[in-house]
Design a protein around this ligand. Structure first.
Ligand code: NAP
Length: 288
C-alpha cells in the first residue's frame, strides 16, 4: 500500500496523476479544485474521502500532496496553505511545474512540510491514460527527504527520476518547450507550406503524420546526425534551391525554413553524405 495522496488542481496533469497513483496502490485521500465539481467527479471515481475547493485543515492533507494548479497559481495556493499556520510536519508537498523550482513552496517548509518539485517530462490532457507515465523521465529537485519519497513515486509509476538543480531545471524546461511545443508548431507550419501548393493543410498533416511519428522515434538516437535524412544530409543543392525559390512567396515561412536549414547543415556535417563544397554552397543559399 502506498502513502496517502492529496492533489490540489484537477486539471490535465492532476487528473491523470491521481488516476495513475490510484492504480499503483496509493490511497487518494483528498482532491481539491477551484471549480469544485471537477474534484467531486474524480473523487467519486477514485473514492477520495475528502473533496473540496481548498483544504480546510491540516488533516485534509495526506502524507503526499501534489499541487497541480496552473503555474501562476502555485504561489497563491502555497500562500493560502501557509497562511493557515497549520503544523505540516507530517506532509511532503510537491508542485509539478517545469518552470518553478521548489523554492516557491518555501512558506510550506516554514510550516514543517518537506518540499520538492516533481516535473514529468511528458505532455498531458484531461483524457490522458494513466499509463502515460510509463518509461518517462520526471525531474526532481528540493529537500532531500521529499526527493527520496518522490523517487519511490517515480519508480511506482514506471518512470525514471532525473535529479536536477533549480538552475538546470529551468534549462530543461526550455528544452522541453522546444522539443514538444515547437514540434507542434513545426507540424502546423509544414501544413501551411503544403497549403501554398494547393494541398489542404489538414490533409497534408494527416499525410505527414507517419513521417513525424517515425522521426520522433528516431530522435531517441544518441547520435542524431546518424538518423538525419533528406536533401541537406545528402548535399542535394538542387532540391534545397528549389524549396527556397518556392517559399519566396512567403517571407515568414522562407526565413524559418532557411534558419532551420542552417542548423541542419551543422548537424549534417557530423556525418558522411555532404561534402565540404556542398556545405559551402548550401550555407550560402540558406544565408541569402
Ligand atoms: N499538461 C501538461 O502537459 C503538463 C506537463 C508537465 C507539467 N505540467 C504542470 O502541471 C501543472 C498543471 O498544468 P495542467 O496542464 O494540468 O493545467 P490545466 O489543465 O490548465 O489545469 C489548471 C488547473 O489549475 C487550476 N487553477 C488555475 N488557476 C487557478 C487559480 N488562480 N487558483 C486555483 N486554481 C487554479 C484549474 O482550476 P479550474 O478547474 O477551476 O480552472 C485547474 O485545476 C502546471 O504546473 C504545469 O506546469 C503540465
Amino acid at each position: 500500500m502506498g502513502k496517502t495522496v492529496s492533489i490540489i488542481g484537477i486539471g490535465a496533469l492532476g487528473k491523470t496523476l491521481a488516476r495513475a497513483l490510484e492504480l499503483q496502490g496509493y490511497k487518494i485521500y483528498s482532491l481539491f479544485n477551484r471549480t469544485v465539481s471537477k474534484a467531486e467527479d474524480l473523487g467519486s471515481e477514485l473514492n477520495a474521502g475528502i473533496v473540496g475547493s481548498i483544504p480546510e485543515s491540516a488533516g485534509d492533507l495526506g502524507e503526499l500532496t501534489f499541487i497541480t494548479v496552473a503555474d501562476d497559481a502555485i504561489g497563491a495556493v502555497t500562500g493560502q496553505l501557509a497562511g493557515q499556520l497549520w503544523d505540516l510536519s507530517s506532509c511532503t508537498i510537491a508542485h509539478c511545474s517545469g518552470n518553478e523550482s521548489s523554492e516557491i513552496l518555501e512558506p510550506l517548509s516554514g510550516a514543517g512540510a518537506e518540499i520538492a518539485a516533481f516535473h514529468p517530462l511528458q505532455t498531458f490532457n484531461p483524457t490522458s491514460a494513466p499509463g502515460i507515465f510509463g518509461d518517462i523521465y520526471i525531474s526532481l529537485e528540493g529537500q532531500a527527504g521529499a526527493v527520496d519519497q518522490l523517487e519511490l513515486v517515480v519508480s511506482r509509476l514506471g518512470a525514471h527520476p532525473l535529479h536536477v538543480t533549480p538552475e538546470a531545471k529551468s534549462y530543461l524546461h526550455a528544452a522541453a518547450v522546444m522539443a514538444s511545443n515547437y514540434l507542434i508548431t513545426l507540424v502546423h507550419l509544414s501544413g501551411e507550406i503544403a497549403g501554398l501548393g494547393g494541398v489542404d493543410p489538414w490533409e497534408a498533416r494527416k499525410a505527414l503524420h507517419a513521417l513525424v511519428r517515425t522521426t520522433a522515434e528516431n530522435a531517441s538516437a544518441e547520435k542524431l546526425s546518424s538518423v538525419l535524412s533528406g536533401p541537406i544530409a545528402r548535399g542535394d543543392l538542387k532540391t534545397v534551391k528549389k524549396h527556397v525559390q518556392l517559399l519566396e512567396q512567403n517571407e515568414h515561412l522562407a526565413s524559418l525554413y532557411k534558419r532551420l536549414g542552417l542548423e541542419t547543415v551543422a548537424l549534417a556535417r557530423q556525418k558522411e553524405g555532404i561534402t565540404d563544397e556542398e556545405v559551402v554552397q548550401i550555407t550560402k543559399l540558406l544565408k541569402d
